[in-house]
Design a protein around this ligand. Structure first.
Ligand SMILES: [Zn+2]
Ligand SMILES: [Zn+2]
Length: 133
């Protein structure tokens, strides 16, 4: 069996990533934290931690965004790269960091009630007021 390999990077290229194996469908998060951090909304895929390899990891800085999670970004160019729940065995990687073709599937929208008022959700993906549950 040939392993599924995908690569990506931050905007400046100081941080490069590679994943092996399947990635989850992309979750679009419209909460206020994601809005502030990304300028619009977050779109990320989850992989098991052991599936992720990082190059230039020393350039990743972590911001503790809540009691239970942190957000990783490139300290050189500021690209949002990761979201990680404390103690989780998986990590969320910003979908836009992947090199094209990303070969990712859209999954669902979460925290739709916190969405900014200057755009609309017009696709047919599942939409949740809060997190999926
Ligand atoms: Zn960078
Ligand atoms: Zn969010």
């Amino acid at each position: 069996m040939i392993a599924e390999i995908h690569t990506g990077s931050c905007l400046c290229g100081a941080v490069r990533l590679q994943t092996t194996g399947p990635r989850a469908a992309v979750v679009f998060c419209h909460c206020s934290q994601c809005r502030k951090q990304t300028g619009l909304h977050y779109a990320a895929t989850d992989v098991d931690l052991e599936q992720l390899q990082l190059e230039g990891e020393e350039h990743v800085r972590w911001y503790r965004s809540s009691d239970s999670a942190r957000r990783g970004f490139c300290s050189n160019c500021g690209s949002a790269l990761f979201w990680q729940s404390d103690g989780a065995d998986y990590i969320s990687i910003m979908a836009g960091a992947f090199d094209m073709p990303a070969d990712l599937k859209p999954g669902c929208h979460i925290y739709c009630t916190d969405k900014a008022d200057f755009y609309a959700l017009t696709d047919d993906l599942p939409k949740f007021d809060g997190n999926r549950s």
